[in-house]
Ligand binder design. Structure first.
Ligand SMILES: *[C@@H]1O[C@H](CO)[C@@H](O)[C@H](O)[C@H]1NC(C)=O
Ligand SMILES: *[C@@H]1O[C@H](CO)[C@@H](O)[C@H](O)[C@H]1NC(C)=O
Ligand SMILES: *[C@@H]1O[C@H](CO)[C@@H](O)[C@H](O)[C@H]1NC(C)=O
Ligand SMILES: *[C@@H]1O[C@H](CO)[C@@H](O)[C@H](O)[C@H]1NC(C)=O
Ligand SMILES: *[C@@H]1O[C@H](CO)[C@@H](O)[C@H](O)[C@H]1NC(C)=O
Ligand SMILES: *[C@@H]1O[C@H](CO)[C@@H](O)[C@H](O)[C@H]1NC(C)=O
Ligand SMILES: *[C@@H]1O[C@H](CO)[C@@H](O)[C@H](O)[C@H]1NC(C)=O
Length: 320
């Protein structure tokens, strides 16, 4: 009996060291959502918004009270930033609004000690915090971070493309938009708080290629005015109803002559407050704002999107 048990133990040990049947092999295993014969990809990052990435709120979209609060908190770390002569400073607030700690990117003990990491280290050692759920993180420059609400001053794209400061050419909301891999609810992102002041504090290095912070920017420059051109013609007119009201049908085309695709464009109609009786191709987003009613991308190099409406008067649409 003892021998049999010993043998069994030996066989099991051998099996362990040589690999047991049913070992997990990711190229042949059918475990999880995708089968072994399929390749694997990510679902759209923010399908609830119909877009690839989460929305980043701008100061103009906040209530005056909220904006004021964020600006005060940003001013606090900007002051520490200037005092310590370090660009990247981060603070963390509890859900009840209490300032918990701050952190400064000093490059010490190593290059990984970004402002956010310094703050998280600081808060963790001060309060033994194991989860930053529901806390708000503020940072002078667009971050890579892990709280529920993240508020920043300067955008990465401005750092590289306007200040010539070395920076990963990536919008942080691309990373945050993959929140579903690590948490149940999306974080709230607010960018550009006290942007004027934070931008000015991130001194331009463009004329100082000798600086260790300098990079030669590689940037795509999009005109701030939309490249979309909208043409419309009245295709027919008729009279209707007891008052012989005049109606016209207008057929329109939105053209993109730029060499890049335009995603999720919006349009403003005028005269303000005038709505067509029916419209196709565009849908109302409230007030005088309109968006594309189906596939929300107009490809570049002459991509076109048709729309039309019936109205008692001509309504002009301008791309925002
Ligand atoms: C706010 O929350 C922090 C962290 O949970 C706690 O230490 C602090 O006492 C709270 N302050 C108030 C006023 O409730
Ligand atoms: C950690 O945060 C506290 C509270 O804000 C602050 O007093 C302290 O200076 C910070 N420590 C470091 C190393 O930044
Ligand atoms: C820190 O928190 C963990 C649980 O989150 C606890 O086990 C540990 O004892 C705490 N350490 C201190 C120093 O309070
Ligand atoms: C976070 O906030 C939500 C909403 O106020 C609350 O339901 C939840 O319990 C909070 N979670 C933690 C870990 O504080
Ligand atoms: C930021 O600067 C611009 C241009 O100088 C100015 O028009 C705007 O009022 C400033 N905004 C704030 C909040 O200071
Ligand atoms: C027709 O005109 C009269 C008087 O201007 C107005 O009261 C009525 O509402 C109009 N009817 C329609 C269907 O527009
Ligand atoms: C951007 O603006 C410039 C100057 O107004 C113009 O020449 C150029 O064609 C525009 N580019 C696009 C893609 O609209």
């Amino acid at each position: 009996m003892k021998l049999i048990i010993s043998l069994l133990i030996l066989i099991c040990t051998l099996k362990l060291s040589f690999g047991c049947e049913g070992d997990f092999n990711p190229t042949t295993a059918n475990i999880g959502q995708c089968s072994a014969s399929q390749t694997v990809g990510w679902v759209p990052a923010a399908p609830e918004y119909g877009t690839e990435t989460l929305k980043v709120w701008t100061p103009e979209e906040l209530s005056p009270e909220e904006r004021d609060m964020h600006e005060h908190r940003m001013a606090y770390i900007l002051a520490i930033s200037k005092q310590t002569r370090r660009k990247f400073v981060t603070s963390i607030y509890a859900q009840n609004g209490t300032l918990l700690c701050h952190g400064v990117n000093t490059g010490k003990p190593n290059l990984m000690t970004h402002g956010e990491v310094a703050a998280i280290n600081n808060c963790t050692s001060l309060y033994n915090i194991s989860s930053y759920t529901n806390m708000t993180l503020y940072t002078t420059g667009e971050p890579c971070a892990m709280c529920l609400i993240v508020v920043w001053g300067t955008w990465n794209s401005d750092l590289m493309c306007k200040v010539c400061m070395g920076q990963i050419p990536m919008d942080s909301n691309y990373i945050f938009s993959r929140y579903y891999g690590v948490r149940a609810t999306p974080p709230t992102l607010i960018g550009g708080i006290l942007r004027n002041e934070t931008d000015a504090w991130f001194t331009p290095y463009c004329n100082n290629p000798a600086s260790p912070y300098y990079v030669k920017p590689k940037c795509a420059c999009y005109n701030s005015t939309s490249p979309l051109v909208i043409n419309q013609v009245s295709s027919s007119t008729w009279y209707e109803g007891p008052n012989n009201t005049k109606y016209s049908q207008f057929d329109g085309k939105i053209l993109n002559n730029a060499n890049y695709a335009v995603n999720n464009p919006t349009f403003t109609s005028s005269p303000s407050g005038v709505k067509p009786r029916t419209i196709w191709g565009l849908k109302n987003e409230g007030g005088d704002i309109w968006s594309l009613s189906y596939y929300p991308v107009i490809s570049g190099n002459g991509g076109a999107f048709p729309f039309g409406y019936i109205s008692t008067q001509e309504i002009t649409f301008k791309a925002n």
